[in-house]
Design a protein around this ligand. Structure first.
Ligand code: FES
Length: 188
């Protein structure tokens, strides 16, 4: 026979039921909550969300000093400095930019200004890299002869469609590149 008073034994049983039950209920709640915040697969999503957030709300304090996307590099692999670019660039120029998986071109508009979109250098035929020709103001593919106008529209095949556009962000004297369709489509 137990020497614990029966009312205490009952309290202890209720406490244990409450404690164990509460603990079991807490585990699945934890599973629901924490993986999305701290485990591996969530990291790219968090980065992407901040990219999109800072594209839209560039003056939010969370975006201070934050450059969405990948920083654009010149052909020597150095980050582009906006003031240096605009000191020599002219409207109509196309500047080779590295940083994404594939090369792209920055577009210089009147001002001069860096356009909020850029042009992918990946040919839409079989993926060769197109080159900008400032004399003809067009892109040419060295593999099978496709040509594209200054905005990347097809002038001559076999390329089946225009060069892809990317999003370009200018912030704090730096340039960010994103593999996203820009808000503004210069080809209408
Ligand atoms: Fe460019 Fe074929 S890959 S024309």
């Amino acid at each position: 026979m137990s020497n614990i008073p029966s009312d205490f034994s009952g309290d202890r049983r209720r406490f244990l039921q409450y404690f164990v039950g509460g603990g079991l209920a807490t585990v699945p709640l934890g599973w629901l909550r924490w993986p999305s915040r701290s485990w591996g697969p969530s990291q790219p999503t968090a980065a992407l969300d901040l990219d999109n957030f800072c594209l839209e709300y560039r003056y939010n304090s969370r975006c201070e000093g934050y450059l969405p996307g990948t920083e654009a590099l010149d052909e020597a692999g150095n980050p582009y400095q906006v003031d240096a670019v605009l000191a020599v660039a002219e409207s109509g120029d196309r500047l080779s930019a590295q940083g994404l998986d594939d090369k792209a071109y920055l577009v210089i508009e009147s001002g001069p200004e860096i356009a909020p979109y850029g042009i992918s250098a990946v040919c839409t035929h079989l993926g060769c890299t197109v080159n900008w020709n400032p004399e003809t103001q067009s892109f040419a593919c060295p593999c099978h002869g496709s040509r594209f106008d200054a905005l990347g529209a097809v002038v001559e095949g076999p390329a089946p469609r225009a060069l892809e556009l990317i999003t370009v962000v200018v912030r704090d004297n730096r340039i960010g590149l994103l593999e996203q369709t820009p808000d503004l489509d210069p080809r209408g």
